[in-house]
Design a protein around this ligand. Structure first.
Ligand code: GTP
Ligand code: ZN
Length: 221
C-alpha cells in the first residue's frame, strides 16, 4: 500500500508530466494560501458581484466561504487508494457482480467552479476478495470533492478500484447535471450527462457490460 500512496503537488510537473505524476491515487500536497489571503480573495469576488462588502450580511461571508471550500474540496486531503485497503475474503466463494447504485455526489466543474450534481453507479467482479460497500461510496466522494470533469471523475473511480482491489473488472456509470450548463451559458435545465468507464472483464466481455446496464435499468423500472 505504501508504494501506491505518494505525495507530491498535483500540478507541480515542470514539463515532464508522467501518468504516475498525475496519479489519481495521490493524496495531493497542496499549496494553500493563508486564511487572510483566502478571505481577501473572497472579498474581491464579492466586489466582483457588485455587492457592498461592508454591509452587515457580508462581513462574515469570507470566513464562511473559506470554511465551506475546505469542506467541499476536502478530497485533496484524502487518498482514495487508502479507503480500499481493507478487504474481506470470507464471502463463501462469491465472485459475481457487486453493484452499488445511486451513490449521490456533489462536485464542482474545473472550468467554472460551479456544482455538478449527480449519481455514480459502481460495479465490480470480485477476484477472491471484496471491499466494504461504504468504501466505494467514500472513493466517489473523495474524487467528487476535487475540481472535476465528469469524464475524469468516472475514469478515476474505475481505475483506482481496478488498481487497488484488483477485481476481474470494474464498471462505472456516472449521470450528472452540470450547473454551468443550467445556471449560465447555454442555460439548459434538466439535461443530464452520462459517462462510463469499463475495465477488465467489463471492457472485454460485452455480455458483462450488458448485464451491468440491465441491472441499472431494471431498478429504474
Ligand atoms: N467534457 C466536459 N465538459 C464540461 C464539463 N463541465 C463543464 N464542461 C464544459 O466545458 C466547456 C468550457 O468551454 P469554454 O468555451 O472554454 O467556456 P465557456 O465560454 O464558459 O463555455 P460555455 O459554457 O459554452 O459558455 C463548456 O462547454 C462546458 O459545458 C465536464 O465535466 N466535461
Ligand atoms: Zn463548468
Amino acid at each position: 500500500m505504501d508504494a501506491i500512496i505518494k505525495n507530491f503537488p498535483p500540478h507541480a510537473d515542470k514539463g515532464e508530466a508522467t501518468a504516475e505524476k498525475n496519479s489519481y491515487m495521490d493524496k495531493a500536497v497542496t499549496d494553500r494560501p493563508s486564511q487572510e489571503e483566502v478571505e481577501n480573495a473572497v472579498r474581491t469576488l464579492l466586489r466582483w458581484t457588485g455587492d457592498d462588502i461592508n454591509r452587515e450580511g457580508l462581513i462574515e461571508t469570507p470566513k464562511r466561504v473559506a470554511k465551506a471550500y475546505r469542506e467541499m474540496f476536502s478530497g485533496y486531503d484524502q487518498c482514495p487508494a487508502e479507503e480500499l485497503g481493507r478487504t474481506f475474503e470470507e464471502v463463501q466463494g462469491y465472485n459475481d457482480m457487486v453493484l452499488i447504485k445511486d451513490i449521490s455526489f456533489h462536485s464542482h466543474c474545473e472550468h467554472h467552479m460551479v456544482p455538478i450534481i449527480g449519481k455514480a453507479h459502481v460495479a465490480y467482479l470480485p477476484d477472491g476478495k471484496v471491499v466494504g460497500l461504504s468504501k466505494i461510496a467514500r472513493v466517489v466522494d473523495i474524487f467528487a470533492r476535487r475540481l472535476q470533469t465528469q469524464e475524469a471523475m468516472t475514469a478515476q473511480i474505475a481505475h483506482v478500484i481496478q488498481d487497488v482491489l484488483k477485481p476481474r473488472g470494474v464498471a462505472v456509470l456516472v449521470e450528472a447535471e452540470h450547473m454551468c450548463m443550467a445556471m449560465r451559458g447555454i442555460r439548459k435545465q434538466g439535461s443530464f450527462t452520462l459517462t462510463t468507464t469499463f475495465t477488465g472483464a467489463y471492457r472485454e466481455d460485452l455480455q458483462e457490460q450488458a448485464r451491468f446496464m440491465t441491472m441499472l435499468r431494471d431498478k429504474h423500472g
